[in-house]
Design a protein around this ligand. Structure first.
Ligand code: ZN
Ligand code: ZN
Ligand code: FE
Length: 751
């Protein structure tokens, strides 16, 4: 008997060739009916027998286009109405906007072939794309995802492009950013006053020449500007460092192809797949140990790893093909500012950094940075979640009214939920500057508008001084505060879709505790919708507060004061002590002794800093986490299962016993790499101690310290070996980029 099948498909099904796919499938199976895109998802009706209709559903699941993602597929059977053909209906715009906006997708192999085919009309055209690839999130202004709602609305398609766009059997059927050299966006080369030097292919050729000449070029790409120099030119790299005001932080690199990456780095199969994925992130790889390298040493000074990526738009592919060597491709901004997306604004903000601008006239609707990913335990661990990942949702188990979470202070991103879907914004950055705060406000209004969200509640961090927290106080909507480390833990629970009871090992640099102290080395228990701190590092003093974050020697002195009292200043064998002038040390001693501007902390991030300082690795740092990162890399240089003795009193980790041992070994001439490794083992032993003590099967690892691969992998192994079930992050960062998701999760428990 003939029936009418009605389907509602939700997920990432718009702008990925889903409608032409259904059209082809229905034609092949001789099914009549229609398909329509709406802001609620894709609706399909077809008529046929039970058997054929069931086959239709399973073939949709099995054969759907690569980048699409079916989140839900609801079906019901109705009386037939007698369709005569299969048609694709025009989009309609009504109902709750719960459709999923896709991230930007790296150029597909079909498009690449065309771009490098001299006979193709898109030969070397930098804006080539199709339904399987190209810009999405960075060009969409509102839903539904149709050309008039994107940054492509100002370009009207030429006859040939329109034909492709209208033809259901074409790869470019309804490819909203479809364009060609005749009708689409074009590039221009500007000098740093905005004067047009040349355009199109000639501009690309000239850029390549200028890169070879050692110039710094600002290149407008997909989600913002890059600052680019020849990665093999030490002078060019140091010019960029000087102008960008960035001393030592490693630069990300773009390579022409995978072979050139393999010349510099070890690449595992997982890593290679990730480098080639449609997300196309910056992947952190270990440099080859052979020491051979064509790169300038100041690209990532003293760093045994590199952040690398392949080109991900035709613009980058063409440039890299012409250039044939790696470039530094760092965000187009001054340090601490958000990435620049507009060429007029760039002229002002970047003119002192760059020698010229390669720009184009396709507007960027929102900034989308390159994502940063590392493979940990054979899985992805996203450290910065932006291009390729944002704004795909995380699903909660329960529905809640729409809420907006404004995240933390560093690595800020925001999130909102529509029922049980949490949409997490792209990375915004540290809210240190006016530009960053503007980007924060803009992102909030743009994400609210995009999903047409009726926000009933706002959630912020409990830290009263965070700009994000202050922002919520001026808004009428009811707002609540969520403790920082509870939010870290919740983000990991939400991402892994697990339920309590759970023990959380939540270690990071800084977060405001419910007792007003600085937390960061926390053990948290979650069950029955409640988070409770059940242990931590024993507190120590941070002389100078925030200043200690930039000077590991201050933290170290805080530790030494706790261990030796005032007498530590006589210990000339201790590196943190000799790292100060004697008058500086006097002032710091006063801070500690009189408890002036020396807040108490239980921060694990600071304990890492303190150890790095005591080992003589780093006394002052030039970017966040530098000392801890160097300590990890140092530890990788040796191998040992030996540890320091774990002593815990009243659920407080007595770290001073470990530091006494470290100092003793240092004075005995023990290798600092071995000590660094033993320190990591000690931390893993602490995790096992608490896991056994509380006896929960599930153990969650979150917080910025779990960006450390050695610590994370060793902790996972040890937990599994001891019969626990560890959970860690994958698509959501363990650092403060995950806070917004955790905030929503915790607030949703209250509904
Ligand atoms: Zn394509
Ligand atoms: Zn065209
Ligand atoms: Fe944190």
């Amino acid at each position: 008997m003939i029936k009418r099948l009605s389907l509602v498909i939700q997920g990432a099904v718009q702008g990925v060739g889903f409608r032409p796919f259904i059209f082809r499938l229905a034609s092949e199976m001789d099914l009549k009916g229609w398909i329509i895109n709406s802001s609620q998802g894709v609706f399909i009706e077809v008529e046929g027998t039970d058997v054929i209709l069931n086959r239709f559903i399973s073939r949709i699941r099995e054969e759907k286009p690569g980048p699409s993602f079916i989140q839900s597929l609801e079906s019901k059977y109705l009386d037939p109405v007698g369709f005569k053909a299969f048609e694709i209906k025009k989009s309609e715009d009504k109902g709750v906007k719960t459709v999923i906006v896709l991230p930007d997708i790296a150029t597909c192999p079909d498009c690449l072939n065309e771009v490098f085919d001299p006979k193709n009309r898109r030969y070397l055209y930098p804006f080539t794309n199709c339904t399987n690839c190209g810009p999405r999130y960075s060009i969409i202004e509102s839903l539904p995802y149709d050309r008039p709602n994107t940054a492509m609305k100002h370009f009207s398609m030429c006859e040939k492009c329109q034909k492709e766009y209208d033809n259901p059997l074409d790869r470019r059927f309804h490819a909203q950013p479809n364009a060609c050299p005749d009708c689409g966006p074009r590039v221009q080369l500007w000098d740093n006053k905005g004067k047009v030097l040349t355009e199109k292919e000639e501009a690309l050729e000239m850029v390549v020449q200028r890169i070879n000449n050692g110039e710094v070029i600002a290149i407008k790409g997909l989600g913002g500007f890059h600052l680019v120099v020849n990665a093999q030119d030490i002078k060019a790299v140091s010019k960029l460092r000087r102008r960008k005001n960035r001393d030592e932080k490693p630069f990300a690199l773009m390579f022409p192809n995978i072979e050139s990456i393999k010349f510099e780095c070890k690449v595992s199969q997982n890593e290679e797949q990730l480098i080639h994925s449609s997300e196309s992130p910056i992947v952190i790889l270990d440099k080859l140990s052979s020491g051979q390298s064509n790169l300038a040493e100041n690209v990532a000074p003293g760093n045994p790893s590199l952040g690398v990526m392949l080109p991900y738009t035709p613009l980058h592919y063409v440039l890299m093909q012409l250039l044939g060597k790696p470039i530094v491709a760092t965000s187009g901004n001054l340090s601490d500012e958000p990435i620049c997306i507009d060429e007029i604004e760039a002229l002002d903000r970047l003119k002192h950094i760059t020698d010229c601008f390669l720009v184009h006239n396709r507007p960027i609707v929102r900034q989308v940075d390159d994502s940063l990913v590392r493979i940990v335990k054979n899985r992805e661990l996203v450290l910065r979640r932006s291009r390729g990942y944002a704004p795909l949702p995380v699903m909660l188990k329960t529905r809640a009214v729409s809420m907006l979470a404004v995240g933390a202070h560093q690595k800020n991103c925001v999130a909102l939920n529509i029922e049980n879907r949490v949409f997490i914004s792209q990375h915004i950055g540290d809210l240190e500057t006016e530009e960053a705060f503007n980007a924060f406000e803009k992102t909030i209004s743009s994400i609210k508008n995009l999903y047409d969200a009726d926000i009933k509640q706002i959630i912020c961090d409990a830290h009263p001084e965070y700009l994000s927290s202050k922002y919520t106080k001026d808004i009428d909507t009811p707002n609540i505060e969520v403790q920082h480390h509870f939010a870290h833990m919740a983000s990991c629970i939400a991402e892994n879709e697990i339920e309590g009871p759970v023990l959380g090992i939540i270690w990071d640099g800084t977060g405001y505790g419910v007792d007003g102290k600085i937390w960061g080395g926390e053990f948290i228990h979650f069950s029955k919708k409640r988070f409770k701190r059940v242990g931590s590092l024993k507190n120590f003093l941070l002389p100078g507060g925030n200043q200690a974050v930039k000077e590991p020697r201050r933290t170290a002195v805080g530790l030494l004061f706790e261990m030796y009292g005032k007498e530590f200043t006589d210990r000339q064998d201790l590196k943190p002590v000799t790292a100060f002038q004697s008058n500086e040390l006097k002032i710091i001693l006063q801070m500690l002794d009189k408890n002036l501007n020396a807040p108490q902390t239980s921060s694990m991030g600071r304990l890492f800093d303190g150890v790095a300082s005591i080992l003589g690795l780093k006394q002052e740092i030039s970017f966040e986490g530098q000392a801890a990162i160097e300590l990890e890399y140092l530890a990788w240089e040796s191998k040992t299962e030996v540890s320091y003795q774990v002593i815990v009193v009243d659920n407080l980790v007595q770290w001073q016993d470990c530091i006494f041992e470290i100092i003793k070994e240092l004075n005995q001439g023990q290798s600092i790499s071995l000590i660094a490794h033993k320190f990591h083992n000690y931390l893993v032993d602490i995790i096992i101690y608490f896991a056994k003590h509380f006896g929960e099967q599930k153990v969650v690892l979150s917080g910025g310290c779990f960006q450390n691969r050695l610590l994370t992998e060793k902790a996972i192994d040890a937990l599994e070996k001891n019969g626990f079930q560890p959970y860690w992050h994958q698509r959501i960062p363990p650092n403060d980029g995950g806070i917004a998701l955790g905030q929503i999760f915790i607030a949703s428990l209250k509904h």
